[in-house]
Design a protein around this ligand. Structure first.
Ligand code: C5P
Length: 220
């Protein structure tokens, strides 16, 4: 069969990563976590003393780090200049700074090119998850999914992942990050006109996975 390109977008805590990895694994497709790439470039900026409040400084450094993503859904990897950054990109510091870095147009251009070249390079196809995949990165994707969930459900899932983190603080941080991601000028978080919206509030992860797998199979 021809390669199938699946774009999965939505705000934080809607189950994008768990769903995308499982769907890719079940269908034998590659997997790309684009949030991890924005986190990786943010980690590099922080580590190299770039002032996150200075978009010009971020823009000037946008091409410097070498970011490599491994696309096996069973074991996705991410390195910056050869260093494994899978753990340090999940710290609260990086999470709180990533929206400012990802809003800089030079950063988006750089990371978008990387994403397109990875998607083009897959033989059987790929599941790409993010915020602007269906609208900007891969507008010709065979299937576009937009996952949503109530703020309460999203905060509960995130604080479950963060083991014991305060649900209210998590909820506030999530809402703030989504507002920044939705409000930025360059390729904001948005549902593509031709995306299928799936509200996951009342669904189990297994149900969401089955729903997306069925939609992909209809396209193949
Ligand atoms: O998905 P995750 O929460 O790891 O994404 C981290 C951040 O990366 C988002 O809050 C957003 O600022 C940025 N991002 C983006 N475009 C994407 C994916 C993520 O701007 N396609």
């Amino acid at each position: 069969p021809a390669a199938v390109i699946v774009a999965i977008d939505g705000p934080s805590g809607t189950g994008k990563s768990s769903t995308s990895k499982a769907v890719a694994a079940q269908l034998g497709l590659s997997y790309l976590d684009t949030g991890a790439q924005y986190r990786a470039i943010t980690w590099w900026m922080v580590n190299n003393g770039i002032d996150i409040a200075d978009p010009a400084a971020i823009a000037a450094a946008a091409d410097k780090p070498d970011i490599v993503s491994g696309t096996d859904p069973a074991a996705p990897t991410i390195t910056v200049d050869g260093t494994d950054v899978a753990a340090p990109i999940r710290t609260q510091e990086v999470t709180s700074k990533v929206s400012a870095v990802s809003a800089v147009p030079e950063v988006r251009t750089r990371i978008t090119e990387l994403q397109r070249s990875i998607a083009r390079g897959t033989e059987l196809g790929i599941v790409v998850e993010g915020r602007d995949i269906g609208t900007t990165v891969l507008p010709d994707a065979d299937l576009k999914i937009f996952l949503t969930a109530s703020p309460e459900a999203r905060a509960a899932r995130r604080s479950g992942e963060l083991k014991g983190a305060d649900v209210n603080a998590t909820r506030e941080a999530l809402i703030k990050r989504d507002a920044a991601d939705s409000g930025r000028k360059t390729s904001p978080l948005a549902k593509a006109g031709d995306a299928v919206e799936v509200d996951t509030t009342e669904l189990s992860l297994q149900q969401v996975i089955e729903c997306v797998v069925t939609l992909v199979e209809e396209k193949r």
